[in-house]
Design a protein. Sequence first.
Length: 262
Amino acid sequence: MYEFLYKYFIEPILTFSGYNIVNTITYATILIFAIFLVYGILNKLKIKIDGKFGLSLLPWILLGSFLRVLEDYNHISYFLISPLIYITIFSITFLFLLFSLFLERKTKIPYHSYFFSFGFILAGISFTQIKIINFVGISQIIFLDLLFLILTLILGNITKTTKTLFNKFTIFSQIYDSTSTYVSVQFYSFREQHVLPNLIIPLLGGNWIFFIFIKFIIILIFVYFVNFYVKDKNFGNWLKLVVIILGVAQGTRDMISLGVFG
């Protein structure tokens, strides 16, 4: 049993070797469970999942990405390696969320302001420890992201499925992730750590530009499904926010990693 756990779970963390089919399925199962568990907690706290909450959460997402890059650079702690970093960042974020809610009750100032500010300060401190050397690589990613952001905002008005700003940013978050992967892997010899992309892209000739379009199609289907089949709007927004968190966290980590190690 120990040999199995070491081979598929412990060793990939200790050796930074990424994901395999066993830990991928396991982590995906845990993620699904966590989605419902965290949503239940947020419901108990009477937190509305909307744009304000998403914006106040943004610096905490960036904090996770920055700390992950710092771990790659300085090897601070195994708790900052995926997937353990998700538990670490969630724990810190949740504590500050509770503190922000406490301050709201005391001061009558919306908790979003406190929550965003705490995250902004911590993310800012973390970012100052990062030394960027590859500005060209980052510029390539930013250029693609700006292009796709403009296209998403404009073309998103064509159909009802993608018309709201929340839906547009849900879609863009995954494009943002895929462009970072595309530039890093295609032009700078970085390695994709996830199982499915490494299985699919070689079948398409090995050009990672296809990764952008595959993610785009998948996220469109996801948004359509949530819009028309999830009746609870708050829960639907939560599902979209989870996708945004994953996309922005991974995309930012990949982009900053390219800037540091590229």
